[in-house]
Design a protein around this ligand. Structure first.
Ligand code: ADP
Ligand code: MG
Length: 362
């Protein structure tokens, strides 16, 4: 997407400095209307700062923030029509759930009858119809977060910002709320920007993911692309397990060689490059059977085996000293017995690798 006027949100060269610290550094990003966009990064990467600049609680040092093609730099937060949900709910403890949800409507001067109807609709949307009279202290963490969500949606924003909203909930509740958030977003058709440091959460929920580190936006893509074709070593390592192997270019970059094994690349690539292989794409084969068929395969020695329940995580040592991770699923007979010290062959399909410029060369 390149046309900023069509984007629900457009960050254009946005930098935010606090003294010498650049919390956000030259971020340009367009988010389409109706998109579920996840901002993913570890703590301190600038995610919250970016949201605050959009919500209007803070101003960029450089660059501009647009909503539907118009700069919002002079628009105060309450006029930006943005719903915001934080991790810590921030409910008013002395107000009932219904009063909490009604609060943004009161602030906007909505009359009593209209208010009541909208509060009921919002509570029903988050499945809390019967808890309107409860105080926050009488509600579970999950229910409190639903109230916070209802409050952020009750005035009909077209954009919802969520900052680690499920971080305080236990695993089971989090999974359930993830599904519900997706349902609610679908029902309302609103744009969501969702901040998380949890990669599986981002993958499960988002149409697109933006990876942040050190205030910079490193890569923006849909979950499949970002997982299969990371643009840097950092992104490859950040999103799930992988092995990054130093490979020697052969055939003018149309292939590579590792420890004597040669394979073609889908696209010719300028050397030097590293290749990224996800453990689930690595097949472990017994040395005798695989050596015979002549297909691509690297001789390796099993160094370590960890039982995972659904299978095993196997660490392999390659003859050139590099280390390779593989997952072997239960029932994969051809892998043979997995024992440390055993010689095997490791192989993968040509399309299973991503290619990165060798670290230290860019
Ligand atoms: P995240 O939400 O990804 O954890 P933040 O946006 O909160 O990251 O912070 C990014 C960086 O900016 C951090 O180094 C943080 O210490 C710094 N920072 C954030 N807000 C302020 C502030 N108000 N004053 C000074 N430094 C800040
Ligand atoms: Mg934060």
């Amino acid at each position: 997407m390149t046309d900023a006027s069509l984007a629900a949100v457009s960050f254009q060269g946005v930098t935010k400095r606090y003294g010498p610290v650049a919390a956000v550094s030259d971020v340009s990003l367009d988010i389409a209307s109706g998109e579920f966009f996840a901002l993913l990064g570890s703590s301190g990467s600038g995610k919250t700062t970016l949201l605050m600049l959009l919500a209007g609680f803070d101003k960029p040092t450089e660059g501009s923030v647009l909503m539907s093609g118009t700069s919002v730099s002079d628009v105060p937060p309450h006029r930006r029509q943005i719903g915001v949900v934080f991790q810590n709910y921030a409910l008013f403890p002395h107000m009932t759930a219904a009063e909490n949800v009604a609060y943004p409507l009161k602030m906007r001067g909505v009359g009593r009858a209209d208010r009541e109807a909208r509060v009921n609709a919002a509570l029903s949307l988050v499945n809390l119809t019967d808890r309107g009279a409860s105080y926050p202290s009488q509600l579970s963490g999950g229910q409190q977060q639903r109230v916070a969500l209802a409050r952020s949606l009750v005035f009909g924003p077209s954009l919802l910002l969520m900052d680690e909203p499920l971080g305080a909930l236990d695993r089971r509740l989090r999974d359930q709320m993830q599904l519900e958030l997706k349902r609610i977003q679908g029902e309302l058709g609103i744009t969501v920007i969702y901040v998380t440091h949890d990669q599986s959460e981002a993958m499960a929920m988002a149409n697109r993911i933006g990876i942040m580190a050190g205030g910079r936006l490193l890569q923006v893509a849909d979950p499949e692309t970002i997982y299969a074709a990371p643009s840097s070593h950092f992104v490859a390592r950040f999103l799930g397990e992988c092995s990054i192997l130093r490979a020697t270019a052969i055939d003018n970059g149309r292939g590579y060689e590792i420890a004597g094994a040669r394979q073609a690349l889908p696209l010719a690539t300028a050397a030097p490059f590293d290749i990224v292989v996800r453990p689930e794409n690595v097949a472990v084969r017994s040395a005798t059977s695989a050596a015979a068929d002549g297909a691509f395969g690297i001789p390796a020695k099993i160094r370590d085996v960890t039982y995972l329940g659904a299978g095993w995580r196997v660490t392999l040592a390659l003859p050139d000293g590099q280390s390779l991770l593989a997952t072997v699923v239960r029932g994969d007979e051809a892998a043979g017995r997995l024992e440390p010290g055993k010689d095997v062959i490791a192989r993968w399909a040509p399309g299973a690798v991503a290619v990165l410029p060798a670290e230290g060369t860019i």
